[in-house]
Design a protein around this ligand. Structure first.
Ligand SMILES: Nc1nc2c(ncn2[C@@H]2O[C@H](COP(=O)(O)OP(=O)(O)OP(=O)(O)O)[C@@H](O)[C@H]2O)c(=O)[nH]1
Ligand SMILES: [Mg+2]
Length: 310
């Protein structure tokens, strides 16, 4: 069994060395442990510190964002022949001593994706807005995926090779929620274990402002939801318009049946027609989106088989 630990890092020269040092040198059931740092165009010495500590280092020539960098790391880890991939952050907030516990369910063949949950474990410090933002986003992911998870934003996670092969990340900003939705769609077994989350020294590299983060993560979630359940969304929205048109239209229709006239209700009749046509079109778009989703799942299966060499 080969374990590759991926660490996306952006200007983390202060902590990257400590993170690598903290990684256990031996884990029961694992033969080889490799550390892969993906430096996202840092302007400091993140890459050279990581190299000195013995990590394999990939560098993006410029800053491409966490999701793109994570994706690159996952692909490289697969190329390196990883049976299990653990992702951890470069900021020393996760405790690398907990990696054995994180990989245990994958090693035992009980899970494909193991999430280290901060909310089931312990949090030394997390700003209040972030805490509630994380809670809200986890609630949405729970609803959409149907998985009983408590921390959808955790960066401390373990993937089986199978799970890594199934991931197709499209967001460039954050991979965290999208990967869970994809795991659910691929019927992978997802498990959570409680973990410890330490206070961040220095400022967040990812989140410049909570509103900015909420907007970008929110957009990723909406797109993720649309990819996952398009018909449900469009049927809901289109259905509302259709229903409004139907109720208004009944009034016009009943009057027409009784008197043979539409004339006192011409504005209502026009509004009815607009609402019905609008609602119908949205539902049709939903059907199209559902067909595109089905096509996507076939394409994902082809991609999976290509990557897996099947
Ligand atoms: N590749 C890449 N990594 C980034 C970028 N921004 C942040 N990271 C890395 O992603 C990880 C998470 O970013 P953090 O700055 O820890 O985010 P945070 O605000 O602490 O968020 P939490 O840890 O979830 O509370 C760290 O390892 C960062 O180095 C980026 O633009 N590109
Ligand atoms: Mg952090």
């Amino acid at each position: 069994m080969k374990l590759v630990i991926t660490i996306p890092a952006y200007n983390e020269e202060e902590t990257i060395g400590k993170v690598i040092d903290e990684i256990p040198k031996k884990i029961k059931g694992i033969k080889k442990i490799r550390v892969l740092v993906i430096d996202d165009g840092s302007s400091d010495s993140t890459a050279s510190v990581a190299k000195k500590k013995g990590a394999t280092v990939l560098r993006n020539k410029k800053n491409l964002g966490l999701a793109t960098t994570f994706k690159r790391g996952l692909e490289k880890a697969l190329d390196m022949g990883a049976d299990i991939i653990v992702n951890t952050d470069a900021d020393l907030q996760y405790n690398q001593q907990q990696i054995p516990a994180l990989v245990a369910p994958v090693l035992a063949g009980e899970a494909d994706l193991v999430l280290g949950s901060r909310f089931r474990g312990s949090i030394e410090y997390m700003p209040l807005q972030k805490k509630w933002g994380n809670r809200l986003s986890s609630w949405i992911v729970r609803r959409v995926s149907g998985l009983p998870i408590s921390d959808a934003q955790t960066g401390f996670r373990a993937f089986s090779r199978e799970a890594a092969l199934r991931m197709n990340i499209q967001s460039t900003y954050t991979y965290t929620q999208e990967t869970i939705l994809q795991a659910a769609a691929a019927n992978l077994v997802v498990k959570e274990i409680p973990i410890e989350f330490r206070k961040r020294e220095g400022s967040s590299r990812l989140i410049s402002g909570i509103l900015n983060y909420a907007a970008r993560a929110g957009a990723t979630l909406v797109i993720g939801y649309l990819n996952h359940k398009p018909l449900r969304v469009f049927l809901g929205v289109g259905g509302l318009f259709f229903l409004a048109g139907f109720i208004l239209g009944m009034k016009v229709l009943l009057h027409f049946i009784a008197t043979g006239l539409v004339s006192p209700f011409i504005p209502t009749a026009i509004l009815t027609a607009i609402l019905l046509i609008f609602g119908f079109q949205i539902i049709m778009i939903g059907l199209l989106a559902e067909m595109i989703k089905n096509k996507r799942s076939i394409e994902e299966e082809i991609l999976y088989r290509m990557k897996a060499g099947k």
